[in-house]
Design a binder for this molecule. Structure first.
Ligand code: FES
Length: 153
């Protein structure tokens, strides 16, 4: 590998984009996130990716054979409700923030997220499918307070 410039956003300094909502509390109102949309919230200084998955994204995630996974984990163990995928938005390789939350960003070869630092591709369940990251994107502790509100932490 050569010494090319790597486009990469690390956790520090945190540089919230316009669509990144810095919340003081850890409750998230999901009702504003339409199907197919994503929102990034900041929880304890950490980006948390919230994705309102489409039926197709859920079906794709559920159909993947465990043998195809680097870090085998059924989709059903990564979600409380299939339509809501909630993950820590930090690449498990060296800690970059993967692309895929904003419209128009690369989502990688598996339609989820793509970390451009060293080319890690995550699927619609946030599982690592290709590239150097060893683990799936982490799931933070969260609970549903009602149908459209979660509390993270
Ligand atoms: Fe994401 Fe290296 S930090 S691929």
């Amino acid at each position: 590998p050569g010494g090319g410039v790597v486009a990469c956003s690390f956790i520090e300094p945190m540089n919230p984009a316009a669509d990144t909502l810095a919340i003081a509390s850890t409750e998230v109102d999901l009702s504003t996130i339409g199907e197919g949309q994503r929102m990034t919230v900041v929880w304890r200084g950490t980006p948390v990716f919230v994705r309102h998955r489409t039926a197709q994204e859920i079906a794709e995630a559920e159909a993947v054979p465990m043998a195809d996974l680097t870090d085998p984990e059924p989709d059903s163990e990564r979600v409380e409700k299939p339509e809501w995928l909630i993950m820590i938005g930090i690449c498990t390789h060296l800690g970059c923030i993967p692309l895929g939350q904003k419209s128009g960003e690369q989502k990688g070869d598996y339609g989820g997220w793509f970390c451009p630092c060293h080319g890690s591709h995550y699927d619609t369940s946030g599982r690592i499918r290709k590239g150097p990251a060893p683990d799936n994107l982490l799931i933070p502790p969260y609970t549903f307070l009602d149908d459209t509100t979660i509390r993270i932490g």
